[in-house]
Write a protein that binds this ligand. Structure first.
Ligand code: ZN
Length: 252
């Protein structure tokens, strides 16, 4: 009987652990994306074409883009984050910090993540090399942006529409060009489930390999040594190959 109770307790812990680690982040992500998508619905359909959740090929890898908005002045590439707590970070660092009370955790710099998305779209739309790109990071949760130093827009969801409209100044695309671009992106969108599954496996593998290298103090980007440095914002590890390679890790 006691043995049975023990088994039940273990199974219960197993399930709740899995739920916290795997299911909750996914749900949070989807809620953030849903919130942003519903905001983007307010944009005038005659001036803006909105695509949500696009998966593009990027070399051997694939990359998932939360939202793409095509306008007369160019393409807005939007990365959505749904975080609580206080968010700190710089435009060029690898990681940002989330603080909840005294608990700190790190997140991948969303500006850099979004940059990869911009490059993937550029590659897909290589015949339109005159397009201007506007990357935007949106925080759709309760998180407060406390010390985010960047020249690119990192905004709350309620400022998103205003940010897009302010940047949509110069006309460089006609409506029919916008439609062609939208068609091209939708045609390139990978909808096959198997591919998306292998995408998430790839991402996990990449993260594991990067963490391993960081532990060994090897730059995951170029393979040089990571060395301790001191900068404006305190101590950090930077690549030996600086300024050719700008990989950094914060020291907590
Ligand atoms: Zn490096």
């Amino acid at each position: 009987m006691e043995f049975l109770i023990l088994i039940i307790i273990l199974v219960f812990y197993g399930i709740s652990y899995y739920f916290k680690k795997r299911i909750v982040p996914k749900i949070k992500g989807s809620i953030g994306e849903y919130k942003v998508a519903s905001k983007l619905k307010r944009l005038n359909k005659k001036e803006y074409l909105v695509l949500n959740d696009i998966l593009l090929k990027n070399g051997d890898l694939t990359t998932q883009i939360d939202h793409i908005v095509i306008s007369k002045s160019g393409i807005f590439v939007i990365e959505t984050k749904n975080y609580k707590g206080w968010i700190h970070g710089h435009q060029n660092s690898e990681y940002w910090t989330q603080t909840i009370y005294k608990h700190k955790s790190k997140l991948r710099n969303p500006i850099k993540q979004n940059w990869v998305h911009v490059l993937a779209i550029k590659k897909t739309l290589s015949e339109y090399n005159y397009i201007k790109y506007f990357p935007i990071v949106v925080f759709a949760g309760d998180g407060k942006l406390k010390n985010v130093t960047t020249t690119l827009p990192v905004v709350y969801n309620n400022k998103l529409i205003r940010t897009i409209k302010n940047l949509n100044e110069q006309e460089s695309l006609s409506y029919s060009q916008m439609e062609l671009i939208s068609d091209k992106l939708l045609k390139s969108n990978i909808t096959d489930r198997k591919v998306s599954k292998s995408h998430s496996l790839q991402v996990k593998k990449q993260i594991r390999e990067r963490n391993k290298k960081e532990k060994q103090k090897i730059c995951p980007k170029c393979g040089n040594k990571l060395i301790k440095k001191r900068g404006k914002y305190g101590k950090f590890y930077g690549c030996y190959n600086f300024p050719k390679c700008r990989y950094t890790i914060n020291i907590k």
